[in-house]
Design a protein around this ligand. Structure first.
Ligand code: ADP
Ligand code: MG
Length: 243
């Protein structure tokens, strides 16, 4: 568990003559154990912000802290963040067990038994304890998504980043997985940053909502605050506030 501080972070792509400002001077404090949902139109900088927090991109300006540690110079592994994407590529030739233990084997010096224990416990938490010997191709989309989540929690990370993790699933499965993710986040009490463009997810899943447009922060507040007291017309329109 950890708090996250995003301090005047800007991310530009391209050279100075022809650059895109993907994230524009964002400051935000996320509390230890908080679930924060990020929304905004396509191209508003949500993924870039996530990738910057994860250490997959380096910000052009500003600082990122995890807990009290300034992590600007830390690579992704040292940040101890687990990410789940829309395209949660599992290794097709590995079993579920192998998919889930691969990262642990690479990044820790846990014994074989300890790894097995952690994988079993994460798999049970995700309701896939009976699928450990199966290959991803033998699983449904929902089961594969559970493996991807299991693979993320098996490392017991400080922070979860989820970038539209459910957008490839059908509506019924999305509803189930939404509940699962909230339950998991509650049980593990892990600080979570969650990107979505789904209205229901935005309004129901998080403690707070962050609304972005053109890389700029439009509003930060509880979902109800953003809905009933939108900071500007953009937020009102995007969230569908009553007028
Ligand atoms: P979102 O996730 O909200 O759809 P992104 O963070 O993917 O938005 O993109 C924000 C902006 O940054 C867009 O204009 C996008 O084209 C640009 N962008 C993102 N990644 C790159 C990249 N690697 N190189 C150049 N431009 C990028
Ligand atoms: Mg994106």
């Amino acid at each position: 568990m950890a708090s996250i501080t995003i301090d005047d972070v800007t991310k530009r792509f391209g050279d100075s003559g022809n650059s895109v400002v993907a994230v524009d001077d964002i400051s935000l404090e996320i509390k230890d154990g908080e679930f924060v949902v990020f929304v905004g139109p396509s191209g508003s900088g949500k993924s870039t912000l996530m990738r910057t927090v994860a250490g997959l991109e380096t910000q052009s300006e500003g600082d990122i802290y995890i807990g009290d540690a300034l992590v600007n110079q830390f690579g992704p592994r040292a940040r101890d963040i687990a990410m789940v994407f829309q395209n949660y590529a599992l290794y097709p030739n590995m079993t579920v067990q192998e998919n889930m233990s691969f990262g642990l084997k690479m990044s820790t010096d846990l014994s074989k038994e300890e790894i097995e224990e952690q994988v079993t416990s994460a798999a049970e938490m995700m309701g896939i304890g009976n699928l450990l010997d199966n290959k991803p191709g033998e699983l449904s989309g929902g089961q594969q998504q559970r493996v991807a989540l299991g693979r993320a929690i098996v490392r017991d990370p400080n922070v979860f980043l989820m970038d539209e993790p459910l957008s490839n699933l059908d509506a019924k499965l999305r509803t189930t997985m939404r509940t699962e993710i909230n339950r998991l986040q509650n049980d593990l009490d892990v600080t979570t940053l969650y990107v979505t463009h789904d209205q229901t997810e935005a309004m129901t899943m998080g403690d707070r909502l962050v609304v972005l447009n053109y890389g700029e922060l439009q509003q930060v507040g509880t979902p109800l605050e953003c809905f009933y007291r939108p900071a500007n017309q953009f937020v009102a329109g995007f969230i569908g506030s009553p007028s």
